[in-house]
Design a protein. Structure first.
Length: 543
């Protein structure tokens, strides 16, 4: 049988079939390429860093992310050089990739790499076998790395915050203790001081024990300085807040400081337009004096003390351990050319009772209280120093929009007066010594020992009472409540607050509510008589 002759139609259909076969076979042929491309697209679109290394640690393939981070020219270069800027394989040896080459297993670790701009990036890195040779041994290893820089920074920030919180809690606890001790000591000192003042008042200048009494008084004053440092550290004692000019305060302090330290050359560079600060001048003076004395000690009394005041904003306070609150600040820098400090000393200088000075020369409370005081003023204090190269303290205090208030200096010495004083103190010994002091300078005195009694005595006698000296911490309603009740009875009541220490902010609160003044225990007869006169003078000049 003869085979059918192919007709045209048949030929047509065969060609069609062949064409279809051809397409099919082409598809089969194209499939691995297509797959490879698809695979490549997939790899390139992965956000994590991927790169493949051969046994000699040459990078033989990298995805887009890797090239973006380390540069487009990384293929063919050594991984340790590209990722770690090293000249030889990474330590500890063998590195992650080599371990995978050795045992064919997956290995992972955390590492630091350096990108093309020199910035450090933190990676979590996994190495796995990518290709094997005919014997099944790893021929190429692929590393997949995730950038965990942000996560790591957040963790670091968190642990820094926790550390700061711990320090703050420690400071708070020691502060409460310090404040409590200061209060009790101030009351003790008050009673000693009061009695000395009274004896001295009666004693003529030729009396043989007068000198001894004066010595005791000096020690009381040293004790009072110590308690005021404790109060500063406890962030208490910021009572007489006024809008003041820091330059002026500096000039005043330097005048006395320079007189006693003639070998020190003082250079001043004060901004003429320096903003006003709202501060307790007495406390800021305490901070500055301590820093000046420290500088003088560090220079053994001879060298340069350079002072600079300038207006800044929080933006200029970069690279600090703390995050400053936004706003304007007044910056004072105090530089000395003294012995400087090593890192270990710097870390401890704000700790209470840390001193390198010999016994009897330093208590180590100066900077601890400076820190507390500046903090209580919403400011910051920094130090920069190198052993043998001098020291610079930088003090930032928030600037105020208020107008400067003149600090009126009172006359020195005892000022006699007349009128009636209601003296309020829960400690009977102090009330008694206070009464004697006041009577000695001419006042008639009424006494109250707690809040309730204060209100009762005031209600009965308010028309005759010229001024109330009010203790802050008292049983049966504290000083704050007593003040409000007296104010209800007589809106013009004149009150001088007195305290050895006050519960948080209470004194400041009362002062803000219009109280007329504050006197810190232990006070001597001079301070007391001057403060009373100042308030009463205003009272009489108003009428
Ligand atoms: N300008 C400085 N140069 C070198 N060291 C300093 C300087 N200021 C402070 N120090 C170091 O810091 C320590 C603590 O200072 P701080 O003022 O708190 O206490 P103090 O001066 O030792 O005692 P106090 O101030 O209670 O009399 C000092 O003993 C000293 O070692
Ligand atoms: Mg000091």
């Amino acid at each position: 049988m003869m085979a059918d002759k192919p007709t045209y139609e048949k030929l047509e259909s065969i060609i069609k079939e062949l064409k279809a076969e051809l397409v099919k076979s082409k598809q089969i042929e194209e499939s691995p390429r297509e797959n490879k491309e698809k695979f490549n697209v997939m790899l390139q679109s992965i956000g994590d860093h991927m790169s493949m290394m051969d046994k000699e640690l040459n990078i033989i393939w990298a995805n887009k992310t890797a090239k973006k981070i380390f540069g487009n020219d990384i293929i063919g270069r050594k991984c340790f050089e590209v990722y770690h800027k090293r000249k030889s394989s990474c330590e500890p040896y063998p590195c992650l990739t080599l371990k995978t080459f050795q045992d064919g297993k997956v290995h992972e670790h955390y590492t630091e790499v350096i990108d093309k701009n020199g910035e450090t990036i933190y990676f979590h890195c996994t190495a796995n076998v990518a290709l094997r040779d005919k014997k099944g041994k790893p021929k190429a290893v692929i590393e997949l790395s995730r950038d965990i820089t942000e996560q790591k920074r957040a963790e670091e920030e968190k642990s820094k915050l926790e550390a700061r919180l711990q320090v703050a809690q420690k400071m708070e606890a020691i502060g409460t203790l310090a404040g409590g001790i200061a209060h009790d000591f101030n009351n003790l000192l008050m009673s000693i001081q009061g009695n000395i003042s009274l004896i001295l008042l009666d004693m003529d200048s030729t009396y043989p024990y007068r000198k001894r009494l004066k010595n005791i008084e000096k020690q009381v004053q040293r004790g009072a300085k110590l308690t005021s440092h404790l109060l500063g550290y406890a962030r208490k004692g910021k009572y007489e807040v006024k809008a003041i000019d820091l330059n002026q305060l500096l000039e005043d302090i330097l005048e006395t400081f320079a007189r006693t330290r003639k070998q020190i050359t003082i250079q001043q560079d004060f901004a003429e337009d320096l903003s006003v600060i709202e501060a307790d001048a007495g406390q800021i003076e305490q901070v500055l004096l301590n820093i000046f004395i420290n500088a003088s000690d560090a220079m053994h009394g001879c060298g340069n003390l350079i002072l600079r005041s300038i207006n800044v904003t929080h933006k200029e306070m970069k690279g600090k351990l703390y995050k400053p609150k936004s706003g304007n600040y007044v910056l004072l820098t105090v530089t000395d050319t003294g012995i400087g400090m090593n890192k270990k000393t710097i870390e401890r200088i704000f700790d209470p009772f840390f001193t390198t000075k010999e016994m009897g020369r330093g208590t180590g409370l100066g900077l601890a209280s400076a820190y507390g005081i500046i903090k209580a003023h919403g400011g910051y204090i920094d130090v920069e120093s190198k052993k043998g190269q001098g020291t610079t303290f930088s003090i930032y205090i928030p600037a105020s929009e208020k107008k400067e208030q003149q600090v009126v200096k009172t006359a020195e010495g005892v000022i006699k007066g007349t009128g009636t004083v209601l003296l309020v103190d829960d400690e009977k010994i102090i009330a008694k010594v206070g009464q004697d002091l006041l009577e000695a300078v001419g006042y008639r005195v009424l006494i109250a020992n707690d809040g309730k009694e204060t209100i009762e005595v005031y209600r009965k006698n308010w028309k005759n009472i010229d001024i109330v000296i009010l203790d802050m911490v008292m049983p049966n309603s504290g000083g704050g409540e007593a003040y409000d009740r007296m104010k209800e009875i007589n809106p013009d009541v004149k009150v001088l607050l007195s305290s050895g220490y006050s519960i948080d902010g209470e004194a400041t609160n009362i002062l803000e509510r219009g109280c007329n003044g504050f006197i810190q225990k232990p006070f001597n007869i001079n301070d007391l008589s001057q403060k009373i006169r100042k308030i009463l003078e205003k009272k009489f000049s108003q009428h």
